[in-house]
Ligand binder design. Structure first.
Ligand code: ADP
Ligand code: MG
Length: 323
């Protein structure tokens, strides 16, 4: 449901010379939700985020928060805060002074700004390292400081541009759980840019898929994964086949394709073990069809590249794509 304090993009456009980086985007970000802006490199995600934050000017259109047009306000007056891809901490300032910096700029006295900084550092579990310099922290710890620094301004909307990209895969999964917890606790909106579909599915109340400067589809993670509107979304989300059948184009989830003795006659081309399941790619005429088969089921009747195989699926699971 739409509330007065939602963030709304209205005909938002950004041009760099002849390049249209963001093209006439319209979207309402519901208050208090975790939104992931998902799309391939160059599709306009960072530009969209930077326009919301006020770090990039708007070519056309507007950005509304609380129904007020914030698109020409300076960043600090918008009610938004941004955590950058590179954490950009001041190397010569302690953790506490980094977090308190924006409050110092606002003229807030030392006692009050240190109290606010310490509260935020406690929130991200970094209170014990407040005296350190950034160079004395691990990447994950620097990231928490950057997060505290963004949150200390009490933003209504926190903007995060690929916040997990510098972390190793193990840490990435742990930190994304912490981001989600933090968003729930604070009850503010997070808009998190990523090019990773698994990250978006894991985190987002709403996934907004961008492609070529426009929003291709927006919805809950299950809606977007379960019912991709276009071939682009089906392919980009992964785990889907795109098949031409009877003059129509359909998405078929790879976990809905069964290896059978009957069914569509195909030839196995690639077998990849993935731990809990096995990814089996087969050639069905000119079309490659991916089947994700539970591990035990696969090894009950294993296949190798070159083997003949039958592919079967429930017709009801075919999902028609927009032409
Ligand atoms: P993403 O974050 O999705 O990878 P960006 O928003 O950074 O994409 O970029 C979108 C498009 O705008 C790209 O074609 C990029 O080259 C172009 N672009 C981004 N920033 C600038 C800039 N400052 N000057 C010119 N072109 C830019
Ligand atoms: Mg980017």
């Amino acid at each position: 449901m739409r509330t007065p304090n939602d963030l709304e993009l209205v005909h938002l456009t950004k041009r760099y010379g002849d390049t249209v980086a963001v093209k006439d985007i319209n979207h309402v970000f519901a208050n208090g939700t975790y939104v992931c802006l998902l799309g391939p490199s160059g599709c306009g995600k960072s530009t969209t985020l930077r326009m919301i934050a006020g770090h990039e000017s708007v070519s056309d259109g507007s950005i509304l928060l609380d129904g007020q047009d914030i698109s020409r306000l300076p960043p600090a007056q918008r009610g938004t805060a941004m955590m950058f891809q590179s954490y950009a901490l001041f190397p010569h300032l302690s953790v506490r002074d980094n977090v308190a910096f924006s409050l110092k700029m606002k003229g807030i006295d030392k006692t009050a700004r240190y109290k606010a900084a310490d509260d935020m550092l406690a929130l991200v579990d970094m209170g014990h390292l407040a005296e350190r310099l950034p160079a004395q922290l691990s990447g994950g710890q620097q990231q928490r400081v950057a997060l505290a620094r963004a949150l200390v301004t009490k933003p209504r909307v926190l903007l995060l541009d690929e916040p997990l990209s510098a972390l190793d895969p193990f840490l990435r999964i742990r930190v994304r759980g912490e981001l989600k917890r933090l968003q729930r606790e604070l009850g503010i909106s997070f808009i998190h840019v990523t090019h990773g579909q698994d990250e978006a599915l894991a985190l987002a109340d709403e996934v907004v898929v961008m492609n070529n400067a426009v929003i291709e589809q927006a919805g809950t993670a299950r809606d977007v994964f379960g019912a991709p509107r276009t071939e682009f979304v089906a392919r980009f989300m992964g785990g889907h086949n795109v098949i031409d059948l009877n003059g129509g184009r359909f998405a078929l989830r790879a976990d809905d394709v069964k290896l059978a003795d009957s069914g569509h006659a195909a030839t196995v081309s690639v077998v990849e073990y993935q731990g809990d399941r096995v990814a089996v790619t087969s050639k069905l005429g000119e079309t490659e069809v991916l089947a994700l088969v539970p591990e035990a089921e696969f090894y009950a009747n294993p296949k190798n590249p070159g083997d003949a195989v039958g592919l079967a699926w429930d017709e009801g699971r075919l999902h028609r794509l927009l032409a």
